[in-house]
Write a protein that binds this ligand. Sequence first.
Ligand SMILES: [Zn+2]
Length: 467
Amino acid sequence: MPLRFFNTLTRQVEDFMPREAGKVRLYTCGPTVYNFAHIGNFRAYIFEDLLQRHLEYRGLKVDRVMNLTDVDDKTIRGCRACGMALADFTAPFKKAFFEDLDTLRIKRADHFPEATAPEHITRMIGMISTLIEKGHAYRAEDGSVYFRIRSFADYGKLAHFNPEELRDGVRVRNDEYEKENVGDFALWKAWDEADGDVGWESPWGRGRPGWHIECSAMATGILGPELDIHCGGEDNIFPHHEAEIAQSECVTGKKFVRLWMHCRHLQVEGSKMAKSAGNFFTLRDLMEKGWSGREVRYALISVKYREPLNFTFEGLAAARSALQRLDEWTTRLQELPKGASGENLMETGDAFGEALDDDLNISAALAVIFDMIRTTNRRMDEGTLTPGEAISLLKWVKGVNAVLGFEAEAGAVPAVVGELLARRAEARAAKEWKLSDTIRDEILATGWIVKDTKEGQKLTPAPRGGA
Ligand SMILES: [Zn+2]
C-alpha cells in the first residue's frame, strides 16, 4: 500500500511520492522563543516527529528543517520588558526548547536555522528585493515593504478563501504604515522606537523582517525551491503559510510545496488553553506534577493529528497504564525461558505500518499493538508461546518503537529504589516480614509500588492522580 496523506492544499487524501526518489525534503515551522513552549505546540511537534519516523520506517531519507523564530513582535516585547539584548533574552528559551524535545523523545531535525543568523537575514533581504523588482512588493512611506497580494493570482489557494474579500482596493492609512490593500502583508517592518536596538540595515532603511519571509527564506535557502512536505499547526494555514507560498513562488517561479499537512488544535479539559482559564500547561508544569515525558508523548500522539485532541489528566493516566501494559508485556517476553530459540518464529505482519501509511492512522496502529499484546499474553498464560515466537515479537516491538518512541527508559527506577529493593529482598529471605513491610512503604513514598510475584519483587509506578 502506498503512503497516503491528507493535503490541505487539495483537501484530499493523496498518494505520496517525494520529488526525488527516496528523499523527503520536510519543513516544519518551529517555536517562537519568547517563552517555554506549551503542550499545544508540542502536539504539533510530536505529530511531525511521528511523520518523520514513519517516513524513515518506510525507508525514506528525511532532510528536515525546523526554524527558530528569534525575532518578532513577541521576542522584541520580551527583551525590551526585561531590559536585555534580544539574543540574551531568547537564549535560555532556545536551550529549554531542546531539553523539552529530548524529554518528549522528539528526533532532532537536521537543521535548526535561527531567523537572526546573518546568512538568513541576507537571504530575506535578497528575496524582498527580488519581489520588489518583479512588482510583487512595494515600499511604503515609512520604509516598510509589503507584499502585493493582487499580484499573485493563487493567493488564497491554501486557506481556500476568495481573495476578493481582501482585494477591495481600499487604501488603509494609519500613523504607522500605508498599504495599498488591507490584505497586503509586511515583508519588512521599518524600525520604530518600540524595537529598541533590534534592527538591521536594508535598502529600505533600518528595520526587521516579517515572520512569513523568515520561513520562506530559511526553507528555500536550505531545502531548495521545491519542498516535498511542509507542516505546522492549523493556525499557521492563514496567513502564515499562505504568505509563504506567495513569497516563495513569486521569487522562484516554482511550486513551493507538494504536500501541506496541518495538525488540529489542542484543547485542555474541554476548553481552549488559556492562562486565564488555569488550563495552560508547559511540559515543565506536567513534569512537576509527576508525569514523565514518555507519558505526555503517548497522550499527545494517541489521537490522530487531524482530529481534535482534548488533553485531560484522565487521558494522561490512561497513557500511563497503556505504557505499563506495554512494558509488562515486553518484560514478560524477555523473561520467557529460553528453549529452542530460533525455532517457531512468528509471522508478525505489517498491519502496524499499514495503519500509519493511511494518513498516520494512529488509532488503528495502537489497536494493532494492543491486540497483539492481548492475544500473546493469553498464550503466555497458557504456556504455549514458544521462545522463537517471543524473539519475533521482541523484534517487532523494536520496529514499533522506532516509530512511536514508547520504549521503557533504561534505568528509569531511581538508584535509591534499587537499594531499598535489595534491602527488602534480604529482609524477606530472613523472614523479617515487619521490616519488609516498612521498606515497602518507603518505596511507595518514592512513587513506586512493589509487588511480590513468583519471580520475585516487581515494581510499577504508583498512580499519582490528576492535577
Ligand atoms: Zn513558519
